[in-house]
Design a protein around this ligand. Sequence first.
Ligand code: CA
Length: 292
Amino acid sequence: MTVRSSWRRRASLYAASLACCVASLAAVPTGASAAPAPVGSPAKAAAAATFTDDFNGAAGSAVDGGKWQIETGDNVNNHERQYYTAGNSNAALDGQGNLVITARKENPNNYQCWYGRCEYTSARLNTSGKFTQAYGHVEARMKVPRGQGMWPAFWMLGDDIGSVGWPASGEIDVMENVGFEPGTVHGTLHGPGYSGSGGIGAAYTLPGGQAFADGFHTFAVDWAPNSVKWSVDGNVYQTRTPADVGGNQWAFNKPFFLILNLAVGGYWPGDPDGSTSFPQQLVVDYVHVTTQ
Ligand SMILES: [Ca+2]
């Protein structure tokens, strides 16, 4: 998403305790130890789930506050047009196993934005202070909205952002889509010396003129020390290593937290126009993180 408007510093205690628990989970025997590994195929520990939200719950209910915190307010840095609301107003379960983030053309509470009275509402969630992890497989299954000005994203920020700031914190954009490119998503790294429009990334385009808004797709990174690999529906389309950051610091060998949001308008997507219909929805079937 490039930059944020505000950041609330979180205690690093959470990261320390999670690092502890991730390590012990990974060491739990799988129960299949009696079967010898085939020759030439070294035994590999099973991936352990470290964060799972399948968004099961009653229709209309808010997300699990034990897993997510809701960010509120506007975002002047990207010139986004929406106001992010609290509670379940713009982020709610649908009762069928999905989280739905809804962007509406409304302003029921007279929210004020950087450009005046806000024109839209939407939602942004993150796991800061609740879940962080270094490395592993990070995946969401989602159906994106459609239309000019839509900017859904699934991304991560370095957990040390409160102390070192952005972009020194690092940012891993697992998936971003802008409405004027309905068949394309982007995966990007931002760090010191390669942030904003200088981010390092690549795009993945669906075959046959399909639009991402037509159905659910999985968006993932496989992240290891000195390596981030992006995939859509299991198709790897980009791998980045320290050799790609032009002599700058590789900012991704440390814990990050997760972010899901649906922005409306901004420098990159441009603002909605007469062709954009509201409401629009980012529908998230699940977010899963495993140790590998
Ligand atoms: Ca689900």
